[in-house]
Ligand binder design. Structure first.
Ligand SMILES: C[S@@+](CC[C@H](N)C(=O)[O-])C[C@H]1O[C@@H](n2cnc3c(N)ncnc32)[C@H](O)[C@@H]1O
Length: 267
């Protein structure tokens, strides 16, 4: 079984353009899927080489669907029948319908599209709901979120990185201690980009990982995303007593209604 890095190094066909650290990270996050009959969506295809390499890596994949707004991508032809390219704006209903027509159960989504904050957030709102439980959503080149030309800046409130940072709070919704839906933490983005993500989708966000220019979001069924009950191991409490009686208990409810730092702006 070749590593993704080895496949990139030996690749001779259509061009793909990736940063070295991504290949190492992809090996880590994709290896569990590498032998499975997965379906993959790549937003942003360009010369089409990444789909060719990914098809070699995911030998048993059923579908590798690429999407690109550039009409030039109509010319891309693949010998591997599992690969298809939809030409159109990823953030249009027509393009989404075409993608869903090819595969309605997607295990891996890679957003390597325009890298503009608005497109990234809109695509996440549109395609994360289509990701199957256990799936992984990767956003490449979020370095652009620090740049004005891509609707970003270090402290830009609606940059793509700001959006993904907010998902950290979504994951920890159980502990807010106020009566508010997960979606309320995303009010800024709803207003800026006219996107909504339902509670039933947000509760499935299991984890978010940031590395240099990559953001990786994993999806699991909602019950797997709760903190769970307390597990107490051992029987000797020489330093601090009181733990043994807590075995099996749930997280106590807290009330942060009077905490000025817990008021969600712009409802
Ligand atoms: C960085 S390139 C993709 C590179 C490719 N994934 C690779 O590995 O070589 C970005 C591509 O995203 C496409 N793109 C930009 N905005 C898009 C949109 N709204 N929908 C779909 N594709 C888009 C561009 O046309 C461009 O070809």
């Amino acid at each position: 079984m070749s590593t993704l890095q080895a496949l990139y190094e030996s690749h001779q066909g259509k061009v793909s353009d990736k940063w070295f650290s991504y290949l190492k990270k992809y090996e880590e996050i994709f290896s569990d899927f590498s032998r499975k009959s997965i379906s993959l969506l790549e937003i942003g295809v360009s010369n089409g080489g990444s789909l060719e390499v990914l098809a070699k890596y995911f030998k048993n994949a059923s579908h590798l669907v690429g999407c690109d707004i550039n009409p030039g991508c109509q010319a891309l032809q693949y010998e591997d029948a599992r690969i298809s390219v939809v030409v159109g704006d990823a953030n249009s209903d027509a393009t989404q319908d075409k993608i869903s027509g090819i595969s309605d159960d997607i295990n891996i989504i890679i957003d390597d599209g325009s890298h503009r904050s608005s497109d990234i957030v809109k695509s996440f709102a549109r395609y994360f709901p289509l990701l199957s439980d256990g799936g992984v959503y990767v956003v490449e080149d979020v370095c652009c979120s620090y740049w004005n030309a891509f609707e970003g800046g270090i402290f830009h409130p609606t940059s793509s990185i700001s959006f993904f940072k907010s998902l950290v709070d979504v994951i920890n919704h159980q502990h807010w201690g106020i009566e508010a839906k997960r979606s309320e933490i995303l009010n800024n983005f709803r207003e800026a980009y006219k996107v909504t993500i339902s509670e039933s989708v947000l509760e499935k966000i299991n984890s978010i990982e940031f590395c240099n220019s990559l953001c990786i979001i994993r999806k699991k069924s909602a019950e797997l995303n709760l903190i769970g009950n307390r597990v107490i191991a051992g029987s000797v409490e020489e330093v601090l007593p009181g733990h043994l009686s807590l075995a099996g208990s749930s997280m106590p409810k807290v009330n942060e209604d009077t905490n000025a730092w817990s008021v969600i702006a712009s409802k």
